[in-house]
Design a protein around this ligand. Structure first.
Ligand code: DGY
Length: 322
């Protein structure tokens, strides 16, 4: 009997794909980390029972409607804003993600960005590498304290809770804003619920962990930045489109806020010519929130397992259809 066809949009290790091999004919995109062109993805999806995708594969309504055999799309990410979930649900396609297993790693990155922006780690590194370090100075490369400051977390999901846990070790006061209050988390992690505005006004560090939805799009705009303290640092490990980048640039240039640590951008990859990237007070990394070896392997394995389950007639381990 002909095996069902599965398309994988990134070159992932053989050992990770192995559990799928007995169940399906596998085709792996040959372009490595290069994104699959839309026309190839659409053509491949049309033949597939399952797709293994990543967060920059655009899975739109037309692709889904054009793929009659499709039963499951396993996105290797916790976010799934690259997929039209309602079209998929209408066509009986499971949309799977990889929640939980990346929370600690992503919280580590949020903290790494926070610390490197506040303590000017990247600037200091450049300073030495470019041969500028000639003398020690009392105010040379002075940054901002992290300990005992106020951290505001916007979007208190699994990753937010892990960020709050780390903040406790730095004796920080933690505020949070979320679409719903989480009283249990308030008690266990000693965090305080605030309105969005109150959080912006009171925080020394604002960490954005919002997923992209109609409600969160452009949430951080000029009004939001103008409410923040002039000494505050903005960290974005959520999604790029939740931030009006031109407004962020203005706020940094006008000194309305002191710095930004950014993992995600409106347009990814962001150009190295983008004015945000060239500000000293901005630390930018290429969407690597979950990028530790252990976590990325765990994410790939879970994505594969989600497909295996569906091919075996079971429910996936993690899916987001309602
Ligand atoms: C995700 O999984 O959605 C993250 O953005 C990856 O770093």
């Amino acid at each position: 009997m002909k095996k069902p066809y599965v398309y994988i949009t990134r070159n992932i290790p053989e050992e990770v794909i192995a559990p799928l091999k007995t169940l399906a004919e596998i085709n792996v995109w040959e372009g490595g980390n290069k994104k699959v062109p839309a026309d190839i993805l659409k053509r491949e999806a049309a033949k597939s029972i399952a797709l293994f995708t990543t967060l920059d594969d655009n899975i739109n309504k037309s692709l889904i409607e054009n793929s009659p055999n499709l039963k499951v799309i396993a996105n290797m990410a916790v976010g799934y804003d690259n997929i039209d979930v309602s079209a998929a649900t209408k066509h009986g396609v499971f949309i799977c993600n990889t929640p939980g297993i990346l929370s600690d790693t992503t919280a580590d990155l949020a903290f790494a960005l926070l610390m490197s922006t506040a303590r000017r780690i990247v600037e200091g590194n450049q300073f030495i590498k470019e041969g500028y370090w000639k003398d020690w100075g009392p105010l040379l490369m002075v940054g901002r304290d992290i300990h005992h400051k106020t951290l505001g977390i916007v979007g208190m999901g699994r990753i937010g809770e892990k960020v709050a846990k780390r903040a406790a070790g730095f004796d920080m006061q933690v505020l949070y804003h979320n679409r719903s209050r989480k009283e249990e988390v308030e008690e266990t992690l000693n965090v305080t619920y605030c309105t969005f505005e109150e959080l912006l006004e009171k925080s020394d560090f604002v960490v954005n962990l919002l997923p992209l939805t109609e409600e969160t799009k452009n949430k951080f705009d000029s009004t939001a930045f103008s409410k923040m303290k002039n000494e505050a640092i903005f960290i974005n490990v959520g999604r790029g489109l939740t931030v009006e980048e031109d407004d962020l640039l203005d706020a940094l240039n006008k000194g309305e806020i002191a710095g930004a640590g950014l993992d995600v951008f409106r347009q990814e990859p962001i150009s190295n010519q983008h004015p945000l990237i060239n500000l000293d007070q901005v630390v930018a990394v290429p969407h690597i929130g979950s990028a530790s070896i252990d976590t990325r392997y765990a994410m790939m394995r879970l994505a594969v397992q989600n497909i295996v389950n569906v091919l075996q007639g079971k429910y996936p381990e993690a899916y987001v259809n309602k």
